[in-house]
Write a protein that binds this ligand. Structure first.
Ligand code: SAM
Length: 175
């Protein structure tokens, strides 16, 4: 699904590597196509490429040094997730009716005021501070109930089990 893309703003490589990696993993697992990463971090990109090569999908991480340009040039709508925004449930019908691709913006450090200004929707998942990972997961699953049931055709497939970890590597079993 090409509809949702994510912009991770304000990544600080020295302290945000793990959370930014989780933002990317959550973006992929909940059906987004791409994450734009504000500030380059090859460790995040390597980890995500490794997950994609094992578990499939065509999710990519693209570095941007100019998030304002990414937002201004976005051909679609901008949804900024912020605790200061309007409750998602009040805007759900409107956002679900959007026909153009949506760029979902999440912060790390404090986002600059122009992000509020350039966004079509400033949306809160509750009005308490929590996490960009939880905000993103809840927003994507509210907008598309099946968002986390992605079927990626990777070589490694998880076999759901109530008892144990179970995976098959279909690249090995096919010859
Ligand atoms: N300290 C930063 C500030 O003052 O803006 C916020 C840090 S917060 C951990 C990082 C990101 O999580 C925010 O930029 C926002 O995208 C997201 N976030 C946190 N709580 C949220 C909420 N209640 N609703 C929507 N997004 C939220």
């Amino acid at each position: 699904m090409d509809f949702y893309n994510v912009l991770r703003m304000g990544h600080r490589p020295e302290r945000d590597k793990r959370v930014t990696t989780h933002v990317a993993l959550t973006s992929r697992a909940f059906g987004a196509k791409k994450m734009y990463l504000h500030r380059s971090d090859s460790r995040v990109i390597e980890t995500i490429n490794n997950v994609v090569s094992k578990f499939g999908g065509d999710f990519t991480v693209e570095t941007t040094t100019n998030p304002k340009k990414t937002i201004k040039e976005w051909d679609g709508k901008i949804m900024h997730l912020t605790m200061f925004g309007l409750p998602i449930d009040d805007k759900l019908v409107e956002i679900k009716n959007v026909k153009e691709p949506i760029l979902v913006v999440v912060g790390a450090e404090k986002v600059p005021p122009w992000v509020f200004e350039y966004s079509d929707f400033n949306i809160a998942i509750g009005s308490q501070p929590h996490s960009e990972v939880s905000a993103l997961a809840i927003a994507l699953s509210k907008l598309n109930e099946d968002s986390y049931n992605q079927n990626f055709e990777g070589p490694i497939q998880v076999i759901p089990s109530g008892e144990r970890r179970n995976m098959v590597d279909i690249s090995k079993s096919e010859d």
